[in-house]
Ligand binder design. Structure first.
Ligand SMILES: [Zn+2]
Length: 212
């Protein structure tokens, strides 16, 4: 059989499913994987070895949907562990990889593979997470999905980390550590300072307009 990697009829693509914790990113990843499997396409699922919340070699969503996944300690391992027959590569928790994952994903897509990535777009401070900004830029399709704010029930785009002693960006945990929050109820400290600076700036502008 001719290697599918060089078939002119196979178009690679990059899809990203992102959003805060508890938004159903992994469920969506698993849904897409299942559909590809129904279409009899060979799928391989990878996840960073750091995320061993539930099971070493499973991708598990919060609603406990599962899929078998290969844990990798870096992005290059994805290429090393790839089978020739693989048509679809799914990568969960993609935010935990360093920027080399961008090259790997680009390579896979160029080989005609459909790459489906899921991950957090922002960390607990609201800052873009790891390789996500570039990944969103190079993707063919991006779906930002929302969770529900635990305070008011509005759609939530932020992941709030409950007060703790550590300032590490990565602190793997669950609802014991994190909550989905809307913009109003995402009161990360630095953000409050920014808002204050913004309101002062706004006041200045108002005053200078009044002077005119
Ligand atoms: Zn809210």
């Amino acid at each position: 059989m001719v290697s599918p990697h060089f078939s002119p009829f196979l178009n690679g693509s990059i899809e990203v499913v992102c959003g805060p914790m508890f938004s159903g990113k992994t469920e969506e990843l698993i849904r897409r994987v299942r559909r590809a499997q129904i279409a009899r396409q060979k799928v391989q699922i990878f996840k960073p070895a750091i995320d061993n919340r539930y099971h070493e070699s499973d991708v598990v969503s919060h609603s406990s949907l599962t899929c078998e996944a290969t844990p990798v300690s870096n992005a290059i391992e994805i290429l090393q562990k790839l089978f020739d027959s693989t048509r679809v590569v799914a990568i969960d928790e993609v935010q935990f990889f360093d920027s080399s994952v961008l090259k790997v994903i680009g390579k896979l897509a160029k080989r005609g593979i459909r790459v489906i990535c899921a991950g957090l777009d922002q960390d607990y401070t609201g800052a873009p997470f790891g390789p996500i900004p570039e990944l969103l830029a190079m993707a063919d399709r991006v779906d930002k999905i929302q969770a529900i704010c635990t305070v008011c029930g509005s759609p939530a785009s932020k992941t709030f980390r409950k007060p703790s002693d550590t300032k590490d960006q990565v602190l793997v945990g669950e609802s014991d550590l994190y909550e989905a929050r809307c913009r109003t109820h995402f009161d990360y400290e630095e953000e409050e300072k920014d808002q204050l600076a913004f309101s002062l700036l706004f006041k200045d502008q108002e005053q200078s307009q009044e002077l005119r």
